[in-house]
Design a protein around this ligand. Structure first.
Ligand SMILES: Cc1cc2nc3c(=O)[nH]c(=O)nc-3n(C[C@H](O)[C@H](O)[C@H](O)COP(=O)(O)OP(=O)(O)OC[C@H]3O[C@@H](n4cnc5c(N)ncnc54)[C@H](O)[C@@H]3O)c2cc1C
Length: 415
């Protein structure tokens, strides 16, 4: 029987950061990384918008993202692999009621050394070609139907931006392979279940590789970095409902269009910040195109990732052209659906040891911010494995047991 000191389920950016940082910090044990896909970054990592921001109101998200951004900024020089780091900023726009809460958040950001600017409508319009913060240009019935109000202010995060999480994941695994104790990466392989002894300690996994019989592998530790599939695996492993994570799988789609006015578009489109506008529509520039997203609020718990071009036409482009009339002509070129591992309790990651199962580590539930946080989380989880405690950032607020302790991590101002 094969034996490993650590078996990691999943080969996305979360697993990559954990494995690389563990080896970097001196772990000399044997590591097996298993993914059902045919490549590194087969799950959410491949479908991510890759946005990163340090504009948060909880200390833990603030700290993780600040460190994460620093790691991504020096990724190319540290890792020898580009991760497409682009610090074009984040622009959040607000209606009057939400804007009232910004001074309190601004105090938190200022205290934490966040590099941000508060913008008035004219300054917002100067950043996004053709954007109209007012509502006078809109048909009153349409405006009412869409629930649009005037945008009265914006927050511009100067250190924010976007990167390519798949490239970062590949970089982590490439550099991990440079260590003497280089991990074994096994693709095309499903982790069928995690094995536990009578006391609930994780002791191994059962694997099923395409075209082969099931194999039992002994493990000193098991780390679940398998995103939206975590509960499916925990249930198959025989864990009771009370031991699962409050996580559902939710489809999120991204849409790629050309810029308004293409091919003679306003040059400023190439430099726009990642912008969040009415109804949670967000967009950024992406290799000469616009990348646009909007979460469907009532998306069911499902592994379905079918791409729906009609959703772009009806629910994304129609509202968007009210705010930025020139986007009416944007042509949908492509798009995709991916899965959020949405934590329904507080929309934050679940990281660290499982309180009921010794040897079972969790890094799941990122709820749409795992690309930007996992570079820092990997460092912290490596410390937890090697030293038995967090050293760089105390990730205890993100522990699995917070749900039953009623210690949720709530962003006080949702931005
Ligand atoms: C459309 C979209 C936009 C996003 N935008 C952003 C953003 O702007 N900023 C941001 O920070 N984050 C964003 N995210 C979230 C971010 O991409 C994820 O949080 C991050 O990629 C999670 O990485 P991971 O390694 O934890 O999980 P994943 O990348 O999902 O990796 C999990 C892996 O586990 C494997 N797996 C699952 N179950 C098994 C099993 N039983 N056996 C073997 N293998 C298994 C899967 O094949 C997969 O490769 C977005 C996500 C989506 C879908």
């Amino acid at each position: 029987m094969r034996k490993f000191d650590l078996v990691v389920v999943g080969a996305g950016i979360g697993a990559g950061s954990l494995v690389f940082n563990l080896l970097k910090q001196g772990f000399t044990g044997s590591i097996l990384v298993v993914d059902r896909g045919d490549k590194i970054a087969f799950g959410a990592t491949a479908f991510s918008a890759g946005g990163f921001r340090n504009l948060w109101t909880t200390e833990i998200n603030q700290q993780l993202c600040t460190l994460g951004i620093a790691k991504l900024k020096s990724f190319q020089s540290d890792m020898g692999v580009s991760c497409g780091f682009d610090q074009s900023g984040y622009l959040f726009t607000y209606y009057a009621k939400a804007w009232e809460k910004i001074p309190a958040a601004a105090e938190i950001w200022a205290r934490n050394g966040v590099n941000f600017e508060l913008l008035n409508p004219e300054q917002i319009e100067a950043k996004i070609p053709g954007m109209k913060c007012g509502v006078d240009h809109m048909d009153e019935e349409v405006r009412e139907f869409l629930g649009f109000e005037p945008i009265v202010g914006g927050v511009f995060g100067k250190d924010c931006g976007a990167f390519d999480p798949s490239q970062a994941a590949v970089g982590y695994f490439e550099r991990a392979a440079d260590f003497a104790a280089k991990p074994t990466l096994q693709l095309h392989t499903e982790v069928v279940k995690v094995l536990f002894d009578a006391k609930g300690k994780a002791t191994g996994v059962v694997l099923k590789q395409e075209g082969s019989a099931e194999e039992t592998v002994e493990a000193g530790l098991v780390a679940l970095c398998n995103g939206s599939h975590v509960n499916q695996l925990m249930k198959r492993s025989g864990l009771p409902e009370s031991d699962l994570c409050p996580i559902i799988a939710q489809k999120r789609m991204m849409f790629i269009t050309d810029f308004p006015g293409h091919p003679n578009e306003d040059e400023r489109w190439h430099k726009i910040p990642l912008t969040i506008m009415d109804q949670g529509i967000y967009f950024k520039h992406e290799s000469g195109n616009l990348m646009i997203g909007k979460a469907r609020p009532d998306e069911p718990d499902s592994f379905d990732t079918t791409f729906e071009p009609d959703y772009y036409r009806d629910e994304v482009n129609l509202p968007m052209q009210e705010r930025i009339p020139s986007t009416a002509v944007c042509k949908l070129k492509s798009g995709w659906g991916g899965l959020y591992d949405t934590n329904t309790a507080d929309h934050n990651a679940i990281v660290g040891w499982h309180a009921e199962h010794e040897g079972l580590m969790l890094q799941v539930g990122y709820s749409g911010h795992g690309a930007m946080e996992s570079p820092a989380v990997g460092i912290c989880l490596a410390e937890l494995i090697l030293h038995g405690a967090y050293r760089t950032i105390d990730c205890a607020p993100l522990r699995w047991s917070r749900f039953r302790e009623g210690a949720l991590v709530k962003e006080t101002i949702v931005i």
